[in-house]
Design a protein around this ligand. Structure first.
Ligand code: TNX
Length: 553
């Protein structure tokens, strides 16, 4: 048995929830869900659930979905879902006014409604979802969570209790990062992450595509990035500084076609894929491919241990800027996302201090030392990205220079409060992605003996759930600069799919409620109750999750 499988099995066995208990919860969950007077158990919790008279509506194989053509995507999605998980073939008519068939499920496009908002009514008249484009999709997600789990035999159809929901997102940016550089994951697995996002009403998947340990995106202009930079000859074993090297070649990269396919899959689920190309630090995979990108000229090797490397892009030579712009050009050809992430974090400056080209650049541009040289690089790249009609996102550290106001700051240090205040008070929009609470590579409980990042302590489900993106030091009006938040799955210690899911869940469900639901609707006790049924849904969806008790620290 592989190391991770053994860990997963032993840890699961250690936990109190035996299969018998799980089965009991599972049955109880499906019974309560079928009780029509019961509130629906939806995660993230909807903004408002209105009282309605008891009763149920039955979806069967002869049911029809009627939709406005502009929201056909959501109808197709629902039909696909019912087919996959309930073996029901719903009929779809993409024209509301087609006449005869009144349709059991009707999706009404209402462009007047706020982005992402929807109403969902289940009554004797059938099921009506009303909203703007993505609002309808989120209505479908709520409907899906009203279906019985585990699925019933398809002949008896899907029974949905009468309900009336009015709902919409608290924040416009609700994201999740997957680090595909430290460990490479297949495109099919990335599609699964898109599904995870969609099921939780998240709308951004941020891919950390480059770092010291591997370059993961095809470059036609610079093929050595893939021939050399996408591979490392071995990986550190154990927790940093490690107990040796496994000497197993690891790597891979995504072709343009694969990425385009992923982007389309994500668009069908209202998820935007945001690419990140790290600079000027975390650059060793690029330097190993083209040694002239570094200050010393190498030789360089793709990094086999964790932690940021000393060797970074040379910010003196003009050829570095040409390279970065050409690579970004290729990236923007593939990714239609408005946001382009350029990293900007953790850049050691030793190499620049001893590099003639960097020192010359500092003199020529009248810069005050290496910190300003970093700002110079970021500013140049920002201008380039803006000239292409896109918006730059960078980690906290980009604030250290005088970046333009269009730039979005992704605040990761600590609880994000300081970064958030600095960003907002200099007029920048900000996304909270705090290592405190939203770093899903940190262990979920101190009882766990998994190999997990040890640099941030335990991030329990409760800690994640109670994180509040709008801190109380913000003045009135400043909260409007907060675009939203993002959970990060860094993968130094996550070397396979099962473990990635195990680290992601159930904490991602908590993240979704922080970012979607009104803060007043958030309630820990209520969340834990709803989580029981969510666990059954995880099983339905095939998600391997951490079954630790929700109250364990
Ligand atoms: C910090 S967050 C990093 C990542 C690591 C992560 C591990 C950030 C901008 N940098 O490079 O993977 O910690 O938790």
């Amino acid at each position: 048995m592989k190391e991770i499988e053994r860990f997963y099995v032993t840890f699961s066995m250690k936990l109190k929830r035996t299969p018998g208990v799980i089965l009991a919860i599972l049955l109880a969950g499906s019974i309560t869900q079928n009780t029509s007077s019961q509130e629906p158990s939806v995660i993230p919790v909807p903004a408002s659930i209105h009282e309605v008279s008891p009763g149920t509506c039955l979806i069967t194989s002869s049911s029809t979905i009627l939709c406005d053509t502009e929201v056909e995507r959501s109808a197709l999605y629902l039909a696909g879902y019912c087919q996959n998980f309930y073996n029901l073939d719903l009929k779809m008519i993409a024209n509301m006014n087609s006449g005869k068939d009144p349709g059991l499920i009707r999706m009404v496009s209402d462009p007047e409604m706020d982005p992402g908002h929807y109403t969902l009514q289940v009554s004797a008249d059938g099921i009506v979802i009303r909203g703007s484009g993505e609002g309808i999709f989120y209505g479908v997600q709520s409907l899906i969570q009203m279906m019985p789990v585990p699925p019933i035999h398809h002949d008896s159809g899907i029974r949905i209790a009468y309900v009336y929901l009015e709902d919409g997102p608290r924040f416009g940016y609700r994201g999740m990062l997957l680090d595909v550089s430290r460990h490479f994951f297949s495109i099919d697995f990335l599609k699964r992450y898109v599904d995870f996002a969609a099921w939780h009403k998240l709308n951004y998947l941020h891919l950390h595509l480059t770092d010291d340990q591997g370059w993961r995106i095809e470059s036609r202009k610079y093929p050595l990035l893939n021939e050399i930079g996408s591979w490392r000859e071995g990986t550190m074993k154990g927790i940093w500084p490690g107990t040796g090297n496994d000497s197993i070649r690891h790597g891979g990269y995504y072709t343009r076609e694969q990425l385009s396919d992923l982007i389309t899959y994500a668009q069908d689920r209202y998820v935007t894929v945001v690419p990140e190309i790290e600079m000027p630090g975390h650059a060793l995979a690029a330097l190993a491919s083209y040694s002239w990108l570094g200050c010393t000229g190498g030789p360089y090797r793709v990094k086999e241990t964790w932690g940021a490397g000393q060797d970074v892009f040379c910010a003196g030579k003009e050829s570095t800027y040409e390279f970065l712009e050409e690579v970004l050009d290729e990236v923007m050809e593939i990714f239609p996302s408005e946001y382009i992430h350029i990293g900007g974090d953790e850049c050691p400056k030793e190499r620049w201090e001893n590099c003639a080209a960097c020192q010359e650049r500092i003199k020529a541009e009248g810069l005050n030392g290496e910190d300003e040289l970093q700002s110079y690089l970021i500013e140049r790249i920002e201008q380039f990205i803006r000239s292409m009609g896109r918006t730059l996102i960078g980690w906290d550290e980009i604030l250290e220079g005088g970046i333009t106001q269009e730039t979005v700051v992704m605040s990761w240090r600590g609880d994000g409060e300081q970064g958030c205040l600095e960003a907002v008070r200099t007029g920048h929009r900000v996304i909270l992605s705090p290592s405190y609470g939203f770093y899903l590579d940190y262990p979920q409980t101190s009882r766990e003996d998994s190999l997990a990042a040890d640099w941030g302590g335990v991030t329990s489900l409760s800690k994640t759930y109670h994180y509040e993106p709008v801190n109380d030091k913000l003045k009135p009006g400043e909260a409007g600069y907060i675009l939203g938040g993002q959970a990060n799955v860094w993968t130094e210690y996550i070397n396979n799919e099962a473990k990635a899911e195990y680290m992601t869940f159930p904490r991602l469900s908590a993240v979704s409620e922080v970012l979607w639901s009104p803060s007043g609707a958030r309630n820990w006790e209520h969340f834990k109750e709803r989580l029981e049924l969510q666990y059954d849904r995880y099983s339905l969806w095939g998600i391997r999750f951490n079954p630790a008790h929700p109250d364990w620290e």
